[in-house]
Design a protein around this ligand. Sequence first.
Ligand SMILES: *Cc1c(COP(=O)(O)O)cnc(C)c1O
Length: 459
Amino acid sequence: MTTTYPPEPFRIKTVESIRLPSPKEREAALKTAGYNVFTLKAEDIFIDLLTDSGTGAMSSEQWAAIMRGDESYAGARSFHRLKAAVDDIFGFKYFVPTHQGRAAENILSACLVKENQWVPSNMHFDTTDANIRARGGRPANLVIDEAFDPANLHPFKGNMDLAKLKAFIAKYGREKIPFGMITVTNNAGGGQPVSMENLKAVAEIYRASGIPFYIDAARYAENCFFIRQRERGYEHKSPIEIAREMFSLADGFCMSAKKDAIVNIGGLLATNDEALFNNIRNELILREGFPTYGGLAGRDLDALAVGLYEGLDEAYLVYRLGQTAYLAACINDAGIPTIQPAGGHAVYVVANEILPHIPNYEFPAQSLTVELYREGAIRGCEIGSVMFACLDPETNTWNYPKLELMRLAIPRRMYTQTHMDYVADALAKIKSRAKNLRGYKFTYAPEMLRHFTAQFEPL
Ligand SMILES: *Cc1c(COP(=O)(O)O)cnc(C)c1O
């Protein structure tokens, strides 16, 4: 095998046991969970690739920072340490901590979005989408078309389609667009990066129309490293230099710190707009807490201040993106297609290509997700018709998503290369018996966000 592997740039000081349940126990666990992996108990899972959000391993430096946490209600030292890091990396005039990313989105939407206004982005993450809608606004996804072709090797499949953005602004005008966004990396589109060239062009289009520009920065560090690896002129820049350039283009950002800042809880919201910041602070006090802690404990602020730098560490990022690419390559070597090129935080297996005999209304990606647990007690996440098929109220017919995917999201610094090999081997075994896999039907399905609580039966 020619696949290159990245040696982990850390050694292990504390371990947490995981247990491989027997095949009989796995079968029983699946039945009890109604064949929905969201309902499984974590103790019944050997390798958990459900999400990379808040699941990373903190470093010894972060745990030391936790002990330094200052729990003063106002003006804690922890806040000032976080402020020094946020000012240094992102460079906005004002910021607040929040308890996680969606709290920052909620506050930004509450302050800026009015009924029937639009917020364009490459692609909105689902909580961002929902927070804009909750204020009567309308999210719009204007990513390039290449994002929807799983085999296309475009290096920046998260890019905004500039022609679509210009046409969109021409159609709705500044009054209907309270602010514009871009998500780095594009989580909803496979963790694909946005180029600096595209970010500059997007910033210029927004600026020319007087539209404030906010970055959804959950995976800013992974995006910066993709820029370094793939964009001419950046090969010698450090991730932090690239980050500073990226954020200098925007008027502010919101961020889930549970991703690239490698903490278990936390978020940030920043802006250069003083009047807006006063409103943000008032909303924050109402919903989250005093502006120097924003819904977090002092110790959380300290862990975040350290994590913001660790997420930008070059050796870490080589390993991080290398690990995702390694898992994708091993899966591809077994003849199983994944979205190309590998994203930053996750590998997306194209389930309908392994299970062409299961029609979308019998949920091929769900079948594969259940089978991966059955085979190796590994938890992935269905991103297909269970999550996204929707009933068109006008025609009373079901619309199915273009892709039936199973996402394998990799928690940061948590699993080793052997764990990745184990996952790829389990998928290879499933492929060899793929013909025997069957579809599923709902025995219970709520109307909205049904993937979280639905129950199934095998067909
Ligand atoms: C996770 C995420 C969010 C929401 O953050 P939470 O911390 O889960 O509330 C928003 N945008 C993107 C791109 C994300 O990945």
